[in-house]
Design a protein around this ligand. Structure first.
Ligand code: IPM
Ligand code: MG
Length: 379
């Protein structure tokens, strides 16, 4: 049997990006040796790294590598302390992240969040709130909503509300939250399909007591749910959801929401398991000819404070690489092999600093590269 080839664009980026990318590639190479799979990995620059090397956060050459690939594996981009060097449109957050999402139509962001029993101590929640453990999936619409809609601008206007006083000029900033029925429909299908493979429950997030976009959102999600009679749909206001996540996180299976709402709840849920360094993120486009193009990355950021010190936890990106094999290659059993290797080293006590407890005698505190070695060896 011939080997399946997966072409990967590996964009390490800024901060801890290069260190964790090295470990993810190490693990992927170990996978390649064990499984009928060929990985064709091309590295390219992105973020401030690309600004320094090629003058742009997402150089055309990098975009070209991505276009020739089946998947993008991304470390992290953005260094807040360099923001003053470039106007906001050219900074990596907009010029690389948001551009990549738009360029490749990556509308469906998945953030699976679960606790490992051995890491329950890392959660800020009391153990009785964690119950059997948190296992949820945040499905975030990622090419529409408040992030992308226009108008989006800052302008000077006459302040008409200053009654009595002489009208003067004020600065006004505008973002637009707009969403189309078809945007909601396709992301809702993604959420219901994912839920169908899990515990069969979707909690759809909105602010339908106030926002027009949310009323449409709720209607369309309800319509789509009729096609998934086995999946339970529940609607929840975003403020309630923020509260319920800390009170009773185990009630959630799939959380579905608009770009900004799901972004915020996703980080809140991530904090509940203790470290952002454990959580992957996959952003997928439409499936064409049986293949789904996607971008796979850690849910956390560049962590400039620990960059270059062999302290970062590479697990989020290694888990993202597993998602890449699951969704991008359609090889769930190989993805599982990576995830099992990660669980194994955690059970054995390997800990980067972010997931270390002072009390566990079984623990072996390791650096970024030792964690990568251990996982690669466990494949
Ligand atoms: C994320 C990040 C990005 C976002 C930023 C860096 C633009 O926080 O992927 O969650 O807000 O989408
Ligand atoms: Mg975020």
């Amino acid at each position: 049997m011939g080997k399946t080839t997966l072409k990967i664009a590996a964009l390490a980026g800024d901060g801890i990006g290069p260190e964790i990318m090295r470990e993810a590639i190490k693990v992927l190479r170990a996978v390649e040796k064990k499984h009928a799979l060929k990985l064709d990995i091309t590295e390219a620059s992105v973020g401030w790294d690309a600004v320094d090397k090629e003058g742009k956060a997402l150089p055309d050459s990098t975009l070209a590598v991505c276009k020739k690939s089946d998947a993008i594996l991304l470390g992290a981009v953005g260094l807040h302390y360099r923001d003053a060097e470039l106007p906001k449109e050219k900074r990596p957050e907009r010029a690389a992240y948001l551009r990549l999402r738009r360029e490749f139509g990556l509308f469906a962001n998945f953030r699976p969040i679960r606790t490992h029993p051995a890491l329950a101590f890392a959660s800020p929640l009391r153990s009785e709130r964690l119950g059997e453990g948190i296992d949820l999936l945040v499905v975030r619409e990622s090419t529409g909503g408040l992030y992308h809609a226009y108008p989006k601008k800052t302008e000077e206007v006459l302040d008409a509300r200053r009654q009595g006083a002489k009208p003067g000029k004020v600065v006004r900033a505008i973002d637009t939250m707009a969403i189309t029925g078809s945007d909601v429909e396709r992301i809702a299908h993604m959420a219901f399909r994912a839920a169908w493979l899990r515990r069969k429950k979707v909690t759809s997030i909105d602010k339908a007591n106030i926002l027009e976009t949310s009323i449409l959102w709720r209607d369309v999600v309800t319509d789509v749910s009729r096609q998934y009679p086995d999946v339970v749909l529940e609607h929840m206001l975003v403020d309630t959801a923020a509260m319920q996540l800390v009170l009773r996180p185990t009630q959630f299976d799939v959380i579905l929401g608009e770009n900004t709402f799901a972004e915020i709840l996703g980080d809140e849920a991530a904090a509940l398991v203790g470290s952002l360094g454990m959580l992957p993120s996959a952003t997928l486009g439409a499936t064409q000819q049986g293949r789904t193009f996607g971008l796979y990355e850690p849910a956390g950021g560049t962590a400039p404070d620990i960059a270059g010190k062999n302290l970062a936890n590479p697990i989020a990106l290694i888990r993202a690489a597993a998602l890449m094999l699951r969704f991008g290659l359609g090889a769930p059993e190989i993805a599982k092999a990576i995830e099992s290797a990660i669980d194994k080293v955690i059970t054995e006590g390997y800990r980067t600093k972010d997931i270390a407890s002072a009390h566990d005698v079984k623990e072996r505190q390791v650096g970024t590269s030792e964690m990568g070695d251990a996982i690669a060896a466990a494949i």
